[in-house]
Ligand binder design. Structure first.
Ligand SMILES: [Zn+2]
Ligand SMILES: [Zn+2]
Length: 398
């Protein structure tokens, strides 16, 4: 069963939607055109539509043929583009300067729409599906805001699922893992304050550059000497700003960077270690420092049961040899984590690579591979039919 036949029939239609989204990218919380198109299509297919959740978010509610049963499932797609210039020259390239669908969320939105169209036509499931179209995945936390605005109180979901294209994986393959799948990602800013002066008279100064240099090295021990060698963590200092002249010792240095971890335990350990270094190391040099720690996305952690279900559905669709179960997690971050913090669920990767489309996410020449639209839509549809089987199918199975 490579793809569902009915979905294959509207592959061209899905391709047209996807390319239209690609040509009209909208970034975080500005997805007005995109969400209007999503809502209009869902309504056209008789799906109950709720707009304005987290600003531009949309939720579609569809009951199976037997009406509501109390059982429910949430399927989530992200809709936003990136603030970057596209470097492609095909006909559907971005028409908006400085904005681009460089992460394939145009394809994610389209695959979920394809599943919604099929499921609204067939309704071969018992229970309720919530189609969750979220804004602002790229750094602005649209998923978090949907949760804060009562997503799961308004639209109860027993389980929630996400799907992201993956350029390093061939088309026709999927990858599903249990446990941590994407890292938590936080930001930090450290201000080291000394006492500036003439570079030829360092004994009259407290040189914050020397302190900052020691601090960068001390920070490198957080992962190597605090985190267990079998666990993953990253602390990268990515910006150092100080000074204005070759012969002036500045009064202040600002360091910025990112903290990544696959578990909340390691994330907390790294934050407290960073704080300890900032609080104690400068004193040895007569300097001071302050830390501004900015919590970002938590780790994305897949629950076991929903991951098994996701993998079984992918295997039914693609063949089990095409479903990777032993892939490692990515140290990138994903705001679907906020939904997984609230409900058990799983986030899968769908192969998108091959040919010229093997280009990595967030690259100016990236484009979503339209060939996989029916695969993703079929996965979603089959996931619903498997998670919420018809009463007669359940009776037959018992
Ligand atoms: Zn992205
Ligand atoms: Zn993305």
């Amino acid at each position: 069963m490579p793809i569902l036949n009915r979905i294959a029939e509207f592959h061209d239609e899905m391709t047209a939607w996807r390319r239209d989204f690609h040509a009209h990218p909208e970034i975080a919380f500005e997805e007005h055109r995109t969400s209007a198109a999503v809502a209009a299509r869902l309504e056209e297919w008789g799906i109950e539509v709720h707009r304005g959740i987290a600003g531009t978010g949309v939720v579609g509610v569809l009951h199976g043929a037997g009406g509501p049963t109390g059982r429910s499932i949430g399927l989530r797609a992200d809709m936003d583009a990136l603030p970057m210039e596209e470097d492609n020259d095909f006909a559907h390239r971005s028409t908006v300067p400085g904005k681009m669908h460089g992460c394939g969320h145009d394809g994610h939105t389209t695959m979920l729409l394809g599943a919604a169209k099929y499921l609204a036509e067939t309704r071969r499931f018992d229970g309720t599906v919530h189609f969750i179209f979220q804004p602002a995945e790229e750094g602005a936390g649209g998923g978090k805001r949907m949760v804060e605005e009562g997503l799961f109180q308004r639209f109860p979901c027993d389980m929630v699922f996400g799907l992201h294209n993956w350029p390093e994986l061939e088309p026709g393959r999927m990858a599903v893992r249990s446990g941590p799948v994407m890292a938590g990602a936080d930001k930090f800013e450290i201000t080291v304050t000394g006492h500036g002066g003439h570079a030829a008279l360092p004994h009259h100064t407290v040189d914050p550059v020397v302190v900052a240099a020691q601090m960068v090295l001390a920070i490198q021990t957080l992962v190597s000497r605090n985190v267990s060698p079998t666990e993953a963590g990253v602390v990268s200092v990515t910006q150092i700003q100080a000074g204005s002249a070759f012969n002036v010792i500045p009064g202040e240095v600002v360091l910025r960077g990112t903290v990544r971890a696959l578990t909340n335990e390691v994330r907390t350990l790294l934050e407290s270690g960073l704080r300890r270094i900032v609080d104690t190391l400068p004193a040895a040099f007569g300097a001071e420092a302050s830390l501004n720690y900015i919590a970002g996305y938590p780790p994305t952690i897949n629950a076991d049961g929903p991951s098994e279900l996701s993998a079984a559905v992918a295997a039914a669709l693609l063949g089990s040899e095409r479903v990777l179960r032993d892939v490692g997690p990515s140290m990138g971050a994903e705001d679907f984590a906020f939904m997984l913090n609230e409900r058990p669920g799983s986030y899968a990767w769908i192969g998108q690579g091959g040919s010229a489309l093997g280009c990595m996410l967030h690259n100016a020449r990236y484009d979503f591979n339209d060939e996989i639209l029916p695969i993703g839509a079929s996965y979603w549809a089959l996931l619903v039919e498997t998670a919420l089987p018809r009463e007669d199918a359940r009776a037959a199975a018992e």
